[in-house]
Design a protein around this ligand. Structure first.
Ligand code: NAD
Ligand code: UDP
Length: 335
């Protein structure tokens, strides 16, 4: 059984991936510093999986502790989720983001190299396509970032590409996520933001529950059919499964490097998402139209041909599944 280190495995996408790894016959070990997550998620995961899980509370930048863990566990591969992800915060505190995300990843890669563990799946983002490319975004389009968070993702992508150029014994997959939403169908784990959510779907869920008063729709004057901005939403369980596929494909090869989009390839507007959430859950979401949010672009959508061909992966969950699962999680997490 292949042993896989999941950095950031207590977080939103990492926790869902731990379940899919177990379902596919891998042995995940979790490492997280709990900066943006709660230990309670570990217990919830153990309940869903019906077994004890190995967890290390370590910060990526604590190289010695990470090395001790590698010496003890002998990993076959790493799925690297650990990182900070709030765009606004990254503009306010760029050094925090470069230190945590870039420096933290360098320390992790040093330990991997020293322990001859040379297989990694990295959480990148559609943000690396910047604001100049036409949709749908394809992996070979030029990159360009507009904020420090995006820059950390692009820097890590480039660092990994350089490492592969220097040593082709590496197996590296850069997964570029579009907009992950939804929750595990059990309702036991989901997205649990520290503060007021910045992202659309968790915000909608909190308006529906009465915790927040109304949704602000950021702009209805975009050049789109209903004037609101279009995004490519992907169910977190489908996204988790893409990691398992990527791992399986990479581990079969001696040498591997690919950048792969993970989205649904469907574009939905903000208004489409409000309506879909209301319909799926038979409730209403109060909203007002406000000015555009700085830095937002009209449309983002993935071309997912590479994921289909190389990973033999495609999304299985519908927009209705996303909306129902978010609401089940929001309702359960309050009880
Ligand atoms: P999350 O914040 O829920 O999970 C990240 C986890 O990493 C958290 O549990 C946090 O405590 C941990 N962590 C952060 N810094 C760490 C460090 N230095 N050492 C150890 N642990 C650390 O975020 P998520 O939504 O699950 O995102 C996972 C990854 O995917 C991130 O790298 C993020 O940038 C990337 N990503 C997320 C999205 C999204 O919309 N959620 C989109 C594109 C890419
Ligand atoms: N959005 C909105 N109101 C909110 C949060 C987001 O109208 O409270 C819009 C945002 O402008 C974007 C879309 O919803 O067009 C998705 O935003 P999110 O922050 O979830 O993801 P992003 O695509 O910006 O990473």
């Amino acid at each position: 059984m292949k042993k896989v280190l999941v950095t950031g495995g207590i977080g939103y996408i990492g926790s869902h991936t731990v379940i899919e790894l177990i379902n596919a016959g891998f042995h995940p070990v979790i490492m997280d510093n709990l900066y943006n997550s709660k230990i309670d998620v570990l217990f919830r995961l153990e309940k869903i999986c019906g077994k004890k899980l190995t967890f290390y509370e370590i910060d990526l930048r604590e190289k010695e502790k990470t090395n001790e863990m590698f010496l003890k566990e002998h990993f076959d591969a790493v799925i690297h989720f650990a990182g900070l992800k709030a765009v606004g915060e990254s503009v306010e505190k760029p050094l925090l983001y470069f230190d945590n995300n870039v420096h933290g990843t360098i320390k992790l890669l040093e330990v991997m190299e020293e322990n001859q563990c040379k297989s990694i799946i990295f959480s990148s983002s559609a943000t690396v396509y910047g604001d100049l490319n036409p949709v749908p975004f394809q992996e070979d389009m030029p990159t360009g970032v507009t904020n420090p968070y995006g820059r950390t993702k692009l820097m890590i992508e480039e660092m990994l590409e350089d490492m592969y150029a220097a040593d082709e014994n590496w197996r590296i997959v850069l997964l570029r996520y579009f907009n992950p939403v939804g929750a595990h169908e059990s309702g036991f784990i989901g997205e649990d933001p520290r503060d007021i959510p910045q992202n659309l779907m968790p915000y909608i869920a909190k308006v529906a529950s009465g915790e927040l008063k109304e949704l602000s729709i950021f702009g209805d004057d975009y050049n789109t059919p209903d004037g609101t901005a279009i995004r490519d939403y992907i169910h977190v369980v489908d996204l988790a499964k893409a990691h398992v596929k990527a791992l399986g494909v990479a581990l079969k090869e001696e040498s591997f490097f690919e950048k792969i989009n993970v989205g649904s390839s469907n574009g939905y507007s903000v208004m489409d998402m409000v309506k879909a959430f209301e319909k799926a859950n038979d409730l209403t979401v109060d909203y007002q139209i406000t000015p555009r949010r700085a830095g937002d672009i009209p449309e983002m959508r993935a071309d997912i041909e590479k994921a289909k061909v190389i990973l033999k992966w495609q999304p299985e969950k519908s927009l209705e599944d996303m909306c129902k699962d978010i609401w089940r999680w929001e309702s359960r997490s309050r009880t």
